[in-house]
Ligand binder design. Structure first.
Ligand code: MN
Length: 260
């Protein structure tokens, strides 16, 4: 089954990611999204809806609008449609880190038969997102068991010399990694963050510090305005609820936080 690998890699009692299921849809627009994922290595996950799931490629450098740039895109396991708009903190386990919804929209194949194009290793398509638009191609390269593809922008009115990865804000929350972490529990990685060394480790360190400061700032602002709190001190609570309900997909709905 298409989502077996996705499910096998995750413990849904420990991750806020949706379990999801295969959802074939007849006709209508196809979802596309890019999730910027700060995990053991920073990368951008490109997701294209096809066959009831999101086909997925991890792009280490992110997409480029320059047709002369070929960006390595490693195909990874299919994800459920519900994953497409997920944003949040994965505290531990597979993919531990921060997920930011960097772009979303719809895509259209520029070929008649998507399955045949995938099999051939040459999928031409159009994106209609906030950051990414126009014509693109994914070309499979040799090696890595056929998992390695190149993501290349076609020359059109949406191509250009601008480095699109310099735009770091979420299309869902408007925030950056630190904002997303500040809404969760920045303390989660004080002792053991997903990447310790190198550039990614340093990036994590900066983001954790910024998130802790943001959270402290927000709490200081919130405190006097609120009535005396009936809730118990957070630190007295277990670190995370034992189980988060996958629940309905969070399409656009602001995340409701339980009052603990
Ligand atoms: Mn990822």
């Amino acid at each position: 089954m298409p989502l077996d690998t996705y499910h096998a890699k995750r413990d849904f009692t420990k991750t806020p990611e949706p379990a999801g299921r295969v959802q074939p849809r007849k006709g209508g627009p196809r979802f596309f999204g890019v999730q910027k994922h700060l995990a053991s290595h920073l990368h951008y996950d490109l997701r294209l809806e096809h066959g009831g799931v999101l086909m997925s490629w991890a792009v280490p450098k992110g997409p480029s609008l320059d047709p002369g740039e070929r960006r390595l895109a490693m195909q990874v396991e299919d994800h459920p449609l519900e994953y497409g708009t997920f944003e949040g903190v994965i505290p531990e386990g597979y993919g531990a880190g921060i997920v930011l919804l960097w772009d979303e929209g719809t895509w259209e194949p520029e070929v008649d038969d998507v399955d045949a194009a995938l099999k051939k290793g040459d999928l031409k398509f159009r994106l209609n997102g906030y950051k990414l638009k126009g014509s693109w191609v994914l070309v499979r390269t040799r090696g890595d068991d056929g998992r390695a593809w190149l993501l290349i922008k076609h020359r059109d009115e949406w191509a250009g010399p601008v480095d699109v990865t310099q735009f770091t804000q979420s299309v869902k929350s408007g925030g950056d990694f630190a904002d997303i972490l500040a809404q969760d529990q920045p303390e989660v990685w004080l002792s053991n963050r997903p990447a310790r060394g190198g550039e990614t480790g340093a990036l994590f360190q900066r983001i954790i510090e910024k998130a802790l400061a943001l959270k402290a700032e927000r709490e200081a602002k919130d405190e006097p305005a609120r009535k005396p709190r009936t809730r118990t001190v957070r630190s007295a609570q277990p670190k995370r609820p034992a189980k988060r309900k996958p629940g309905p997909p969070a399409w656009r709905k602001p995340k409701k936080r339980s009052q603990d």
